[in-house]
Structure formats: C-alpha cells, structure tokens
Design a protein around this ligand. Structure first.
Ligand code: 9WN
Length: 438
C-alpha cells in the first residue's frame, strides 16, 4: 500500500521524535552521531546535523559548526573527529592516544588544547553554513556568524584544493577510506588490497561492543584502516607520500557544492562571489573529465596510484547530481542510472543503496556495501529537485521520511526491506528528516 503522510498526525510526531533524537545527542556544544557507537563530534555528521538543527534552533546549528571549526588545524584541515575529553578512551577506537594530534600533528598546526583525529571528511561545511545562515539571517548577522566562519571555510577549501591535489588535475584526493565517509565501500577494495594490514592483535575494535559484526567492516578492513592511519600519523600528517590516494566523485562534488555556497557567503559579506562560482564550474568540468564514464552513465573513483578508474558502482558515483551546472546529458544519464537495475529507485529498492545491487560485493546489511543511508538519499533528493525531477524527488522524500520513522532514525537500512541496521537514534537521520519536513 503506498505510504500516505497525514500532516497532522504522523508528520507532527515525526518532527517531535526527530527533535528528541537531536536533543538526546546534544552535548552542549555539538551533537554526537550516536550515543553508543560514535560518542564524539564527527565532521560531516555535524554539517548534516546543522542543516536539520537550523529548523529547531538556528543558534544551536551555528554553534555546532563553530565548535567544529574551533578544532581546525593550521594547515586548514578540518579533522574528521573532535574528541570529547569526558568520554572514556576505550569508548571508541581509534582514540586520541592513537592519533596523538597535539604532538604528531604539530607541524601541520593541530590545535594544542583539543584532541582530534588527523584525517578529514567530506567538505559539506560551507553548504551547511550557508543553509544555517538562511534559516535566520537576522540572528546570523547579529552574531557575525558568516564573517567568523568564512576565513575558516576558505582555508579548508584551500587545503583540499592544494595540499590534496595528489593527482595533479585539480581534484582533491582522499588518503584513507574513512575520509570519504563510506568506509568499507567496494570501491576501496582494489586500492586497499595493496596495503599490508596491521595485525589484528595490535588494536581493539570498540565498534563491535555496540554493532553486529555482520553489519560492520571486517577485521581485515580494520587492519588496513589502522595501517594507513598509523603511517599517516608517523609521517606527521604530511600529504603526498601515502600508498592510498583516490579521487572520489562524492567527496569532490560536495567540495564543489560547498564552493558555490562559499561564493554566496562571500556575496552576502559584500565581496564578489564570481571567482568562486567560476572555479566551481571549472571544477565541475574537471570532475566530468576525470571521473565520468558516459557508457556506464555514472561517475567512478580514480585510483591515483595506478591512474585507473575503479570499475565499481558505488552511490558516490551518483552524488554529483547535486551540482547545479552539470550538463543536461550527464543529468539525464545519472537519473537513468539511479532508476536502473543497479540502484533500483522507484522499482526494487525503497531507498538508493550504497552500492550496486548486482555487484559481486553487494551485501544488503554490511555498512557501505549495500545498505541505504539517509545522507546520500537526502543529497540525491536535493539533486533531483535541483534538476527539475520533481516527481522522483517527491517520491524519494516520502520514502526517506517513512523509513526514518519506521526504523527509529536508523543509521542505515536494508535497501529492499527497510529493516533498521547499525545504531538507532542516529544524528543525521533525524536532522535530515527534519530538513525534508520543512
Ligand atoms: C569512522 C560517524 C561516522 C560517519 C561515517 C561512517 C562511520 C566511522 C566508523 O561513522 O565511520 O569515521 O567508526 O565506522 O562510515 O560516514 O561519519 O557517524
């Protein structure tokens, strides 16, 4: 039976329950993704959370981003985790004593007082800052919100576009699968296969205290994550030397979308934004040039160490749909691929899965190897709307709201059945549902 939203009953209670999740995950200065699995502040989670929080409290949404930016490194990087000092060390792995940011990160300008990780996550922040500003421009101007965050966001983009241009073509590379945010996506299998895993006995996974092993990355994956992070740390977080370097479509598309947002922020502050818009358009062309495959109708990751595209269909390859200046033929092909047998939108699946339904590595429950995630579906809804695909966007919006509701704001869901996986009461699921309700 098609799901019908009754605005007075269901929508109201969904709104109230989403607000409660964000209240429960709020620490006073930021929001944790999940009280159990992820008890610190995560970078791209905070950006998505701020986008939802702005509808409840623009002040809290501004604070969320400001807290994250307070932990920015001198070289411009925004760390993927800002650790909460009152949480026990063994609550999450890798903990601050693994990253040693204030010592190993000194040369890169890590902050002295707050402990952070040394890797990054997707740059959704300028987009979030712009949307947060728009929710209450009066408060934003009174607090000088954009004036204060703009230089931080500009330095962040500069870091990514210069220090992280490891392929030399103008796109940013990720140097660890955690940086791209889709940790165990099959897109990483080939580039990761060259990495010698750290021995399993050399670390203790805290995630398995809370999540089912069948829903999480394997020990072999973790061994490789630990090796890459250790090598990066031991090289004092200097960029360029690592064995893993990948140009990812989603990471770069979010950077470009944020560059457009930064242009708008500059304009709001009285500066011309034209140069940034032009740069964003140029980067869109580079993204197509480097990562678009017209025959497959989607974007792929480029393994910078071999120079080859990785022939795995991950949802990351659809996310550039959010880009406003994408050529019409690219948009048409992306929409077709989203609805194809590989991703099933409007057909076999309830939400767009994280990975190709027909791919050999597909697993409907294992984290980023098949399950559907709410942030990627929120991005796709936005992309569909941006390009005038109103009917598909509306259907996707309804599906996101329905599954957020029935899964108790799950971290991710089985793309066929909608069954909840991972944590419940998950921050960005609640926040992005709130955003879609507005
Ligand atoms: C590692 C917090 C984060 C998300 C990532 C998601 C997961 C961490 C982990 O949780 O990654 O950063 O421990 O598995 O993959 O996208 O930001 O919600």
């Amino acid at each position: 039976r098609p799901f019908v939203y009754e605005p007075d009953v269901t929508t109201h209670s969904l709104h109230v329950r989403a607000a409660r999740v964000l209240e429960a995950n709020w620490t006073g200065t930021s929001t944790v993704p999940s009280r159990s699995l992820y008890p610190h502040q995560w970078s791209w989670d905070s950006a998505f959370i701020a986008i939802g929080l702005r509808h409840l409290s623009p002040l809290r949404a501004q604070t969320e981003l400001e807290t994250l930016l307070d932990a920015q490194w001198g070289d411009g990087r925004i760390p993927h985790i800002v650790f909460n000092p009152s949480v026990p060390l063994d609550a999450y792995f890798p903990s601050p004593d693994f990253w040693r940011s204030s010592t190993a990160g000194r040369a890169a300008g890590a902050p002295r007082t707050v402990q952070t990780s040394g890797i990054v996550q997707p740059p959704v922040h300028a987009l979030a800052a712009w949307l947060v500003h728009q929710a209450d421009p009066g408060l934003s101007r009174a607090r000088g919100f954009l004036t204060r965050v703009y230089p931080h966001l500009a330095a962040w983009h500069r870091y990514l576009l210069h220090r992280r241009d490891l392929g030399g073509a103008g796109l940013a590379s990720v140097v660890h699968p955690w940086e791209q945010g889709m940790d165990n996506s099959p897109c990483w299998d080939t580039p990761l296969s060259r990495i010698t895993p750290a021995p399993a006995r050399s670390f203790r996974r805290a995630d398995l205290d809370h999540g089912s092993p069948a829903d999480r990355p394997t020990d072999l994956d973790y061994g490789r994550y630990v090796r890459l992070a250790t090598d990066y740390r031991d090289g004092e977080y200097a960029d360029g030397a690592g064995e893993f370097a990948v140009e990812d479509p989603s990471f770069n598309a979010l950077l470009i979308a944020s560059e457009h947002a930064l242009a708008r922020i500059a304009q709001e502050l009285g500066a011309p934004g034209t140069a940034r818009h032009t740069r964003a358009e140029r980067l869109t062309a580079t993204l197509i040039d480097r990562l678009w495959d017209p025959a497959e109708g989607m974007f792929f990751c480029r393994d910078v160490r071999t120079g080859r595209l990785v022939p795995e269909r991950g949802v990351s390859g659809l996310i550039p749909l959010v880009l406003p200046t994408l050529p019409r033929d690219v948009v048409t092909a992306l929409v077709r691929t989203t609805a194809s047998k590989h991703f099933g939108l409007g057909g076999a699946t309830r939400l767009v899965p994280s990975y190709d339904l027909l791919g050999e590595a597909f697993d409907p429950h294992r984290y980023w190897r098949g399950p559907a995630w709410f942030n990627t579906n929120w991005l796709l809804e936005r992309g569909l709307r941006t390009h005038g695909e109103r009917g598909r966007a509306a259907a996707l919006r309804r599906a996101v709201l329905h599954l957020a509701d029935t899964s108790d704001f799950a971290e991710y869901v089985d793309p066929y059945t909608g069954e909840a996986c991972g944590a419940t009461g998950f921050g960005w699921t609640a926040a992005l549902s709130l955003d879609l309700l507005h």
